[in-house]
Design a protein around this ligand. Structure first.
Ligand code: NAD
Length: 469
């Protein structure tokens, strides 16, 4: 069959139009795809391109990402809070700024070299490929930003599966980072995600053959799923950090630091002070110091009993409690309103004197409620702290000037982060030394993750050459 010239020009026009559309689509890719398969495929292709990039080029893109995080920090901090209904805008902003400033890049990927009679061996940090990263509702943007920097520094691309309860904040961060990468001359789709995150999509990701590593930041269920995926997995799980105060502590400073750490982002951070254990002889003094802060309100027994009923659910058959999600990350004013205290203003932290077995101590509340337990001596404080941490190996704090006690606690509690004489957030580089991360891998042992955590160790041996001694 022969085609006439008008038919031919119609077909050519159609083909050109489709090609243009495809190019246009590629040009405007913001990394967000309709399906998980598409998001993974795009990140896979992008990783092949990215593998050709030099370390210097990677750093150029990372510098642009850092700038984008700061430039958009306020907008995204607002979105995190308005969408999830959790946390504080001012503190979300600080977390994003910290991410931009103190997340490590390629500079930590140091090569090792061995030389000897047999020649030269190099040990280098190579990319995994495409990483699947699952992020929590409690920190939807800074986790995306921080993991993106570390994962791209390691030469990987990343597909995010954010929590469905805060996905707009996570996806906005993905878009902003991709825009910045593009403007800096980088390829599309180094960072991708699915338009409508869901548990089903997370499951697809966990099983997908093109995902070479899973990084799960969240509670025990998702960490367990990641570790059962059959892939290399990093699990950054739950905490319930205790803070211990002994008789040698600077009590004024301890009171200040504990309240600051406990009320930061309405106690959402997994590292935040969740319960205080104080030796008998300074117990009253510490509480008195805390109450000099006008933002602190002490609950009496009746109020605490009401609060338990509001923020926790008692599971009768199992004799356990579970946390009512609608109160997670809410501010103290809202918590007080829900027990009928409607006329109290300016409160940031609720404290309550109680026993170590109280559910406020044992449950990871993630609300600005600080139960304060009295221990007869340091040994008992240590015992309580270890019980309350539940073997999470996450975070603990201590206020003391007794180096023997500090050392004993550090060893006994066996956590990934141990902060001495400072608020908890000093342990992630906020007012403390060291890099920051929002993926703290206790269960799998990477600790405060960085680009090294997201690489594979590769060896390259050259025999009988390149030896100069
Ligand atoms: P979460 O466990 O409910 O959710 C975390 C992620 O896992 C989300 O993306 C969620 O969609 C996914 N998920 C959970 N259950 C799933 C299932 N059955 N199937 C598929 N996907 C599933 O946690 P959250 O409430 O969003 O975050 C708070 C928890 O995360 C706290 O326990 C906190 O301590 C922990 N956390 C840990 C770190 C760390 O670095 N170790 C950092 C932030 C938060």
């Amino acid at each position: 069959m022969e085609l006439g010239s008008s038919e031919l020009s119609f077909i050519i026009e159609k083909v050109l139009k489709e090609m243009n559309q495809r190019e246009l689509k590629e040009e405007v890719s913001d990394g967000i795809f309709d399906t998980m398969d598409e998001a993974i495929e795009a990140a896979y292709k992008a990783q092949k391109k990215y593998a050709e990039y030099s370390i210097e080029q990677r750093e150029k893109l990372i510098a642009a990402m850092r700038k984008a995080i700061i430039d958009n920090a306020m907008e995204i901090a607002n979105l995190c809070v308005s969408e999830s209904g959790m946390g504080r805008v001012d503190h979300k902003y600080l977390k994003l700024k910290l991410t931009a400033e103190k997340t490590q890049g390629t500079e930590i990927l140091k090569t090792e070299a061995y030389t000897g009679d047999k020649g030269l061996t190099l040990v280098e940090h190579g990319a995994f490929g495409v990483i699947g990263s699952i992020t929590p509702s409690t920190n939807p943007a800074a986790t995306v930003a921080c993991n993106s920097i570390g994962m791209l520094a390691g030469g990987n691309t990343v597909v995010f599966s954010p929590h469905p309860g805060a996905f707009n904040a996570s996806l906005t961060m993905v878009r902003k980072l991709n825009e910045a990468i593009k403007e800096a001359g980088g390829p599309d789709n180094l960072i991708t995600a699915v338009k409508q995150p869901s548990l089903e999509n997370t499951n697809i990701m966990l099983k997908h053959e093109k995902i070479r590593m899973i990084v799960a930041t969240g509670g025990p269920a998702i960490v367990k799923m990641a570790l059962s995926s059959g892939k290399k997995a990093i699990g950054a799980g739950a905490g319930n950090p205790p803070v211990v105060v002994d008789e040698t502590a600077d009590i004024k400073k301890a009171a200040r630091d504990i309240i600051a750490g406990c009320s930061f982002d309405n106690n959402l951070p997994c590292i935040a002070e969740k319960e205080a254990i104080v030796v008998d002889c300074v117990y009253e003094e510490l509480i008195k110091e805390m109450k000099t802060n006008r933002a602190v309100y002490e609950l009496n027994d009746e109020e605490a009993e009401q609060m338990v009923k509001v923020v926790l659910t008692y599971n009768k058959g199992k004799n356990t409690y579970s946390v009512n999600k609608q109160f997670v990350g809410k501010d103290a004013k809202y918590l007080l309103q829900n027990i009928g205290k409607t006329n109290i203003e300016g409160i940031e932290c609720l404290i309550y004197r109680t026993e170590n077995s109280h559910p406020f101590v044992q449950e990871e509340l993630m609300m600005p409620i600080l139960p304060i337990v009295k221990a007869k001596d340091f040994e008992e404080a240590l015992k309580f702290a270890a019980q309350d941490e539940h073997g999470n190996r996450h975070t603990a704090m201590m206020h003391s000037k007794n180096i023997d006690n500090l050392t004993k606690m550090a060893r006994a509690i066996d956590t990934t982060i141990f902060v001495k004489n400072a608020p908890s957030y000093a342990g992630i580089g906020f007012g403390g030394e060291g890099h920051t991360t929002f993926t703290i891998a206790g269960p799998t042992g990477e600790g405060l993750t960085n680009a090294i955590s997201f690489t594979r160790i590769r060896r390259c041996s050259m025999v009988e050459s390149f030896r100069i001694v």
